[in-house]
Design a protein around this ligand. Structure first.
Ligand code: HEC
Length: 106
């Protein structure tokens, strides 16, 4: 069990050390902005906001679309056109947005 915990920590650490390139991510994001918005806030009612998503969640979503563990008629095609490096660069870009939240009625 201890060994398993250590390897999980190591895997998580190694995922975080391979951080994507912000500038490359920004350049790639132009192909996403039609649906997800130029600033990662979606204008298309069917598309979610990407700004401020955690890099891990972001990467996992795209890998899931690639592997067919998650399906969407648009994203399944788009994800397949991206390399793992592209995904990491895009994750770096969108996760770097700072989001502030205001509760309703506050
Ligand atoms: C044609 C419109 C369109 C384009 C272009 C597009 N997306 Fe999407 N994206 C969507 C829709 C719609 C969803 C929600 C799909 C679902 O329900 O799973 C989505 C979902 C996602 C999610 C999952 C978000 C979440 O909260 O789980 C990620 C990550 C994502 N897109 C990244 C990208 C990236 C990166 C690009 C550009 C390389 C891109 N998308 C281009 C329409 C688009």
């Amino acid at each position: 069990m201890k060994k398993l915990c250590i390897s999980v920590v190591l895997i998580l650490c190694s995922m975080h050390t391979v951080a994507g390139d912000l500038e490359k991510g920004k350049a790639l994001s132009s192909q996403c902005s039609v649906c997800h918005g130029k600033n990662g806030i979606a204008k298309d009612p069917e598309s979610p906001n990407l700004a401020g998503l955690g890099a891990y969640y972001f990467e996992k979503a795209l890998v899931d679309y690639q592997k067919g563990m998650r399906e969407d008629r648009r994203m399944s095609i788009i994800a397949k056109s991206l390399s793992m490096e592209d995904i990491k660069n895009l994750a770096a870009w969108y996760s770097a947005f700072e989001i502030t939240v205001k509760e309703p009625g506050m």
